[in-house]
Design a protein around this ligand. Structure first.
Ligand SMILES: Nc1ncnc2c1ncn2[C@@H]1O[C@H](COP(=O)(O)OP(=O)(O)OP(=O)(O)O)[C@@H](O)[C@H]1O
Length: 312
């Protein structure tokens, strides 16, 4: 029996990760499970640690942290068939939510007895993403929220960041080309607030930017929100939490397998909560690119596990 790996970002969720890890490792010891423990100290550590994992060296990897930690783990892993068990220790935890894991008990049960399933990944300009890749207003809001995340409680973080951001945000004109699941190629040019390319449905700690997104359908979903007056953005924002923003005429959602875009001026890009300045990207779906442990009774799909991960 191979050992398990446990990777912890102790600072995630303002220190929740460290406290959660202590309880988890105690539970593993009590269950007689052999494991190796890794702790991050700074940005980039999770990528370097998982990048050095011996191929086939571990039975599964327990990740204790938020979306930023999971993003770094997926960037580092050379073997994406290693089953991941996610512990929602961060402030947002949208990746764990994607699998139906909302609390520590469910996460522990899932790590011990969960069902391994394949989910899709996105690939954007050189790196994978698990949940969402986006450009525009939402990335600017996420950047502001990251700055304030140690100052404000989670429930007010994004509304406060939105109000701060919309007064300075200038909607960019963007040219983009998308490939539909039937292979049709479509070119467009328009002025947007944001474009979000979604594998999962939620981001920003609970906003349903794409309510119908399914990480097991072999496609990504593109949500484009076009330019609108500021007062209308303020009306639209609360509806994103319920996913009802899709009824605004400026919002469209469509299935894609790939897309590329180029903006006329630089803005901010967002990959699973990590943001940086940019002007263009090329994105595609990686069907069944990642193996994750899902709760037995819940989660993203009831489809049986594929053969290569079925022996656990
Ligand atoms: N020991 C550490 N101290 C400070 N920062 C760290 C440490 N280890 C990793 N980091 C950085 O912390 C970032 C944020 O971590 P993470 O996203 O897991 O938590 P969070 O921000 O609380 O949660 P979420 O992204 O779900 O809102 C990571 O992207 C990583 O770069």
């Amino acid at each position: 029996m191979k050992p398990w790996a446990v990777l912890v970002n102790p600072s995630s969720g303002r220190g929740r990760g460290g406290a959660m890890a202590a309880r988890i490792t105690q539970a593993l010891r009590e269950s007689g499970i052999e494991f190796q423990y890794f702790e991050t100290e700074k940005s980039g550590d999770a990528t370097n640690i998982t990048g050095a994992f011996p191929l086939g060296g571990y039975d599964r990897l327990l990740v204790v942290g938020g979306d930023g930690t999971i993003n770094e783990v997926v960037k580092g892993l050379r073997d994406l068939t290693l089953p991941l068990a996610l512990f929602p220790a961060g402030t947002g935890n949208d990746a764990a939510r994607l699998l139906g894991i909302r609390d520590e008990i469910t996460a522990l049960k899932t790590a011990l007895q969960g069902v391994p399933r394949k989910i899709d990944l996105g690939w954007a300009s050189g790196d994978h993403f698990v949940n969402i890749y986006s450009f525009g207003l939402d990335a600017s809001i996420a950047t502001q929220a990251n700055r304030w995340k140690h100052l404000l409680p989670g429930w007010i973080l994004y509304p406060a960041a939105l109000v701060k951001t919309i007064f300075s945000f200038q909607p960019p004109r963007v040219s983009y080309t998308l490939t539909t699941p039937t292979g049709e190629i479509i070119h467009r040019q328009e002025t947007i607030l944001l474009m979000a390319i979604c594998n999962g449905s939620h981001y920003g700690g609970g906003m349903q930017i794409n309510p119908a997104a399914n990480p097991r359908d072999g496609v990504l979903e593109l949500c484009v929100v076009r330019k609108m007056p500021r007062w209308k953005i303020l009306l639209l924002f609360p509806t994103v939490y319920k996913g009802t923003h899709v009824s605004f005429q400026e919002v469209t959602i469509e299935k894609i397998t790939a897309m590329s875009f180029q903006a006329e001026k630089p803005g901010l890009l967002n990959r699973d909560g990590e943001t940086w300045p940019g002007i263009e990207a090329a994105i595609k779906v990686v069907p069944e690119g990642l193996t994750v442990l899902c709760p037995v009774s819940e989660g993203i799909s009831t489809t049986t596990v594929s053969k290569e991960t079925g022996g656990m």
